[in-house]
Design a protein around this ligand. Sequence first.
Ligand code: PEP
Length: 254
Amino acid sequence: MPQRPYIVGNWKMHGTRAMLSEARTIDRAAQRHMKVEVAIAPPYTLIHPVHREAEQIAVGAQDCHDQESGAYTGDISAAMIADAGGKFVILGHSERRDAHSEKDAKICAKADAALDAGLRIILCCGESEAVRDAGRAISHVKKQLNASLPDNIENAAERLTVAYEPIWAIGTGKTAGLDDIAEMHAEIRKLLVDRFGDETGPDIRILYGGSVKPENAGEILGLPEVGGALVGGASLTADSFMGIAMAAGDAVEA
Ligand code: PEP
């Protein structure tokens, strides 16, 4: 069954309790746009407060540790995220792959831990500008995704989302060309069908991320195999974030 477009806000390291009113506004607006599934991943410190405010949207985290507990100063486990009211976790974001040297195997271990804790996962992949210029974007992304995906995911269509985010488009105001997005999403779809079979593979949502805003969301979300968006900067205000959600709703109706 086709799923609703999934619009996920990644607040990154932005937001104190003063941002709760924005989360509340997003939640109230999401109640009026039920054709779209809306979620936000604030910093860890806001997961529980946003969870308490939210009636419609899901709240999640931007990373988790691969162990349940232990002597890991400064880290947060998937079970802790679930305990705080988190329903999902973003894994393998390029900012973590880069600044924290996260490799595919580590991301795969984190994905297993998150799924064990009952969280849904959003697994990110994407190529650098140098890789795209060298004509290796598709092979790079497929290799990265293949190595980051856990082998067995029960109910994968519900619990796994893939986010394709070209690194050079994140936070830069540049977006990938529509043909390039469509081509990459089609390749990711093939990989998901190979890994999860004809029944489940076609139903796993693939999000696009990279400078999505209300002005470009309609054309991106109207592409085949684009099941939603992972949004950074434009998710920080209810106006721009819900502008994207509304464009997603319009794109599925069109
Ligand atoms: C992101 O960080 O996942 C992202 C897509 O950021 P932005 O929308 O700001 O490019």
